[in-house]
Ligand binder design. Structure first.
Ligand code: ZN
Length: 178
């Protein structure tokens, strides 16, 4: 009994460590590159998006004039319609349920994302979709590159209950299948 218990505990710890390492590696701030973690469970698909602000705005500080304020608003409007940027398999019948955006340009006081050394800053987004036929969900068509042309590469990691996969997407190669 005891050895069985230990075996199980060790497995859980191992999974925990590897996901922390993966998240850390994904999180590096490199202009032109963003990350997307896709988690699929029995009913929902959760997308965790993280990008340097430069990819989305062309600057990484609080907006200083009307033009920059408009850019921040346009960015938020686009990300709030994440169903147009991240398109799941049609047959899975997914609908966007919630959007959370976190960045110093949007919610200065509550933001967890303090400006990094050297004046860099990120945007983090969480997009939750619920899917009526989640068993049919096997693809994401990423259309974010046309909206944000400064974003050149999206590193995607997908974890479903059955498998994991990853890909580096771009304007030319914007589908991931699993
Ligand atoms: Zn930067």
């Amino acid at each position: 009994m005891l050895s069985k218990y230990y075996g199980c505990a060790a497995f859980v710890v191992l999974i925990g460590n590897s996901s922390i390492t993966a998240a850390h590696e994904l999180g590096a701030h490199v202009h032109g590159i963003a990350t997307l973690q896709v988690a699929v469970d029995e009913k929902t698909m959760t997308l965790d998006f993280s990008s340097p602000l430069d990819n989305l705005l062309g600057f990484e500080h609080e907006p200083r004039d009307a033009k920059q304020k408009a850019a921040v608003k346009n960015m938020a409007d686009s990300l709030n319609k994440a169903g147009l940027l991240f398109i799941p398999t049609t047959d899975a019948q997914c609908t966007l349920q919630s959007v959370k955006l976190d960045s110093l340009v949007l919610n200065k006081k509550s933001s967890q994302d303090k400006e990094e050394a050297g004046g860099h800053a990120d945007l983090d987004g969480e997009f939750v979709f619920t899917c009526k036929q989640i068993g049919k969900l096997h693809e994401l068509d990423v259309q974010i590159f046309t909206t944000f042309p400064n974003l050149h590469q999206l590193k995607v990691e997908v974890a479903t209950l059955k498998k994991q996969t990853s890909a580096k997407l771009s304007a030319d190669q914007h589908h991931i299948n699993w």
